[in-house]
Ligand binder design. Structure first.
Ligand SMILES: [Zn+2]
Ligand SMILES: [Zn+2]
Length: 347
């Protein structure tokens, strides 16, 4: 852990060292931090209710990405390159001291990409909360987390499609319709290297009207699956935390590094657009929009309206836009190696 703190200190020092406004000639060569700086980050964190800062998340997920890239390059060069290019270049709006916005110019949007997964989870939870609140104004009930599991499956595709079929039957049941007013959530899987198979499950946030106990749910679930009966339902005390949890579950790939090459390839080659997110009932309009890009996502920032030439909200210096290439820096140990600026957009 102390390694992380060292890195944070290095990052903080680098931010503080840029205390003077930049001259025009310096802007072109300026190397900004990719992350929004502390002031912006703290403000944003409050605004978004995020539990981790961007830089913390960045540090925690980059080593995994390097590992995945290395493995992917061995089994599928083309996919490896795509993953490597994802989040390797950024547009950064900065005054020279404060980074107001930064977003990657290319995202692979693959399920197994840790960078894209983190972004998707964030976007999903931000978009979702308002819609839930809205639905709950007219629909009374308790928010619960419902987890439905299936027996292990030899292939991910097979496991997912069985679970989807089972849930389609499940939601048509009278007992489901009587008790669940709305649901949304998605599929998650884990991989067991000992048995070489996938465990798929469905995490749903449901608005429960009439009480429904676990053993009755288990019976109903066994009814549609034939052999699977392990379910869990619990009330969500903190809606904000609960929504964030589910959003995290449903967007990521687990256990990639534990898989044999053939299973790994199966996950990598999973059909694009394989639906991992579902919603219905009074939560029907909770959707994961995978076509949205990061530029769109900036509408969630309190500084969304700022552009090049505007004054920095912190130091009033003029903001400028730079293109940052960090394609040489994927791993955690490379974090303090700053990215190279290859061109300045304002020219
Ligand atoms: Zn990606
Ligand atoms: Zn500034």
């Amino acid at each position: 852990m102390s390694f992380l703190f060292d890195l944070m200190n290095i990052a903080a020092n680098q931010l503080n060292s840029n205390s003077k406004p930049l001259k025009e000639s310096e802007k072109a060569a300026f190397i900004p931090s990719l992350d929004t700086v502390q002031q912006v980050d703290n403000a944003e964190r409050e605004f978004r209710g995020a539990s981790q800062s961007k830089s913390e998340r960045w540090m925690l997920r980059t080593p995994t990405k390097r590992d995945i890239v290395a493995r992917l390059e061995r089994v599928s060069a083309e996919d490896g390159l795509r993953l490597k290019q994802c989040c390797s270049a950024f547009r950064v709006l900065t005054c020279g001291q404060h980074t107001i916005r930064s977003y990657p110019t290319f995202r692979c949007k693959k399920l197994f990409c840790p960078d894209c997964a983190a972004e998707r989870a964030n976007r999903l939870s931000r978009q979702t909360e308002a819609k839930i609140a809205e639905a709950m104004q007219t629909n009374k009930g308790r928010l619960c987390l419902l987890t439905l599991t299936m027996k292990n499956a030899a292939t991910l595709d097979g496991g997912l499609s069985n679970l989807k079929k089972a849930f389609t039957q499940f939601k048509r049941k009278k007992v489901f319709k009587e008790r669940i007013k709305g649901y949304f959530g998605g599929f998650e899987y884990t991989f067991n290297p000992k048995t070489n198979d996938f465990h798929v499950h469905l995490h749903l946030i449901v608005l429960r009207g009439k009480f429904w106990n676990q053993s009755d749910i288990s019976d109903a679930w066994r009814d549609v699956t034939g052999d699977s009966f392990i379910v869990d339902i619990r009330e969500i005390k903190d809606a904000h935390k609960g929504v964030k949890e589910v959003c995290k579950y449903v967007v990521k790939s687990n256990d990639l590094m534990k898989m044999s090459d053939d299973k790994f390839l199966e996950v990598v080659k999973m059909k694009k657009g394989t639906r991992m997110f579902i919603s219905g009932g009074c939560f029907y309009n909770v959707k994961l929009d995978d076509d949205a890009d990061d530029a769109d996502d900036n509408i969630f920032s309190q500084f969304a309206d700022l552009t090049e030439g505007d004054a920095c909200p912190f130091c009033k210096e003029e903001l400028f836009d730079v293109f940052v290439d960090r394609s040489q820096h994927i791993g955690l140990h490379e974090l303090n190696a700053m990215p190279n600026v290859v061109k300045n957009n304002s020219s």
